[in-house]
Design a protein around this ligand. Sequence first.
Ligand SMILES: C[S@@+](CC[C@H](N)C(=O)[O-])C[C@H]1O[C@@H](n2cnc3c(N)ncnc32)[C@H](O)[C@@H]1O
Length: 350
Amino acid sequence: MKVWGRILWTLLPGPRRKGGIWGSWAPHAPLVRLMSATELVSHWAAVFEEKGIPEARESSEYIVAHVLGAQTFQSLRPALWTQSLTPQQLQCVQEMSSHRLQRMPVQYILGEWDFQGLNLKMAPPVFIPRPETEELVDWVLEEEAQRPCALDAQGGPLILEIGCGSGAIALSLLSQLPQSRIIAVDKAEAAICLTHENAHRLQLQDRIRIVLLDVTLERSWAHLLPWGPVDLVVSNPPYIFHQDMEHLAPEILSYEDPAALDGGKEGMNVIIHILALASRLLKNSGSIFLEVDPRHPGLVGSWLRSQPDLHLELMAVRKDFCGRPRFMHIRKSGPQFDSPENAWPGLQLA
Ligand SMILES: C[S@@+](CC[C@H](N)C(=O)[O-])C[C@H]1O[C@@H](n2cnc3c(N)ncnc32)[C@H](O)[C@@H]1O
């Protein structure tokens, strides 16, 4: 799903063709005869293509595969490729395809998506995890593997994720760092609910605390102080420059929460709050890992130099699979603020 995920996430709108042989065709009309999975994929791929729906064939394959109980068309048993679908299955494909014709992202239509090998529930308007964010998680895991273990009494890192969305980053870190614990913060109630649900689905709820909080509010850090100093802060914040928002694909603009994407004039509105908050909550030598726009490493680097009191230093920048500088590692080298050690066990889930 990783490769298709990359293809499905073209940020810019696809070609919009009008008219053509399907001009008078009613997409919601029931198909008159039972079709095989292969025929159905070709049929809807042609419809999507004609209507200018991006990733026409992939969308069609995902929908048909999902209705037949598989994650990808390629993973369907070959016997199912040529077998006719039942009328109920056909209707399901038809309904899901009509959502795709309205530019709903495939991830919302299927109601699930894979991230770092975890199957997560997806629901609009909660941000759909992007494939490049898997690279951010990989970087955090690499760095963690190099750190001395037994970081505290519980033996693993205490991680703070700001802007958890569906829980993709937090839950994949938890599943791959068995000793870790995570505080996952988001300002959107829908995101908090989905992270709860995904944590329970994956039976990771015991090691995650999910907190509804807007980190741009004054003294927001004070709400997190009782959890104890953290070893690591990770975030894929809203970082899109406001003027770039209008160029996003209809799939994004119509279905995903703009507050998950829009970072303000220079995409830094939430980032600077995360950095200020991280400086207060991190242990000395603690790390921050951020996913950003390619213009941000320069902007954030100079902003950090203008804020010496934060004691934060840009350590490294990494490129994404397209070769763009998209990930930042920042380290704190300064005193740890007073906060209770290991407040974790006594506190309740939000
Ligand atoms: C780009 S999404 C990332 C979601 C998830 N971490 C992922 O990578 O799939 C950014 C998230 O930050 C949250 N967010 C935006 N502004 C915030 C704020 N001021 N305080 C806390 N969370 C915020 C949004 O609700 C959204 O869920």
